[in-house]
Design a binder for this molecule. Structure first.
Ligand code: ADP
Ligand code: MG
Length: 232
């Protein structure tokens, strides 16, 4: 790691359950991610990828080890610090969690207005232009129930990226997308990383997008088995 690492993880262990049912899921996970880096995490189902992503995203408490994100130590951090930190992270998880009573544009716009003083006219334009960037310019006024699974996923991606977060954590974001839209959204994320020095950590099984990564991390049975592998 360097002093500028956006994410710095040292010997993190994680357990689920308690007593006799306590089971170790992550084993001495150590890695760092730098600004502007696009890192892809792969590995078999059940290897702990989502668990690691939620720890980095401050959505779950770090139990053992050191987890530094944007300069904050998450191990034993108070809840208010975690809340503050989450504002700087864009999350794209499998369950897209769109609000059904809001249109696509309102879902995206809300994410800007949650944490900024940007006037509504401007946040509306930002939301519309981000929706166009993910190919949903014509769908801005539709409600989630009127969109396909892939379109909802793209709204979730637009919502995560619109406020230019310093970190984007994405859990299989292209799973519901066809080849072309999958590629498009990943390229949007890559652009954000390069232009704004954001770090992108992407879990995927999608071999078609491995080439956009600066680095690939492979997780097996809760252990990183290959580090610093550059894609061919
Ligand atoms: P992946 O994302 O690589 O498929 P997960 O991080 O979701 O892996 O899960 C890793 C392991 O931890 C799996 O064996 C899973 O069953 C278990 N697990 C995940 N979440 C929980 C939980 N909330 N409680 C108990 N066990 C869990
Ligand atoms: Mg998972």
């Amino acid at each position: 790691m360097t002093n500028d690492s956006i994410i710095d993880i040292q010997t993190v262990n994680h357990y689920y359950g308690s007593g006799r049912l306590r089971k170790q899921i992550l084993f001495e996970v150590t890695t760092a991610i730098e600004p502007g880096e696009v890192v892809i995490m792969t590995g078999p189902s059940g290897s702990g990828k989502t668990t690691l992503l939620t720890l980095i995203g401050a959505l779950r408490s770090t139990q053992e080890g050191s987890m530094k994100v944007l300069g904050h130590q998450l191990m034993n951090a108070p809840e208010r610090e975690l809340v503050e930190l989450r504002r700087n992270i864009g999350y794209i998880f499998q369950a897209h969690n769109l609000l059904n009573s809001l249109t696509a544009r309102q879902n995206v716009q809300m994410s800007i207005e949650l944490h900024s003083e940007i006037p509504q006219t401007q946040s509306r334009e930002m939301a519309e232009s981000m929706l166009s960037a993910v190919g949903l310019g014509e769908w801005a006024n539709q409600y989630p129930s009127e969109l396909s699974g892939g379109q909802k996923q793209r709204v979730a991606i637009a919502r995560a990226l619109v406020s230019n977060p310093k970190i984007v954590l994405a859990d299989e974001p292209t799973a519901a997308l066809d080849k072309k839209s999958g590629r498009d959204v990943v390229e949007i994320m890559q652009n954000l990383a390069k232009k704004r020095g954001a770090a992108i950590l992407l879990v995927t099984h999608d071999n078609r997008i491995l080439d956009i990564a600066d680095r690939i991390i492979n997780l097996e049975d809760g252990r990183i088995t290959s580090l610093e592998v550059s894609p061919a």
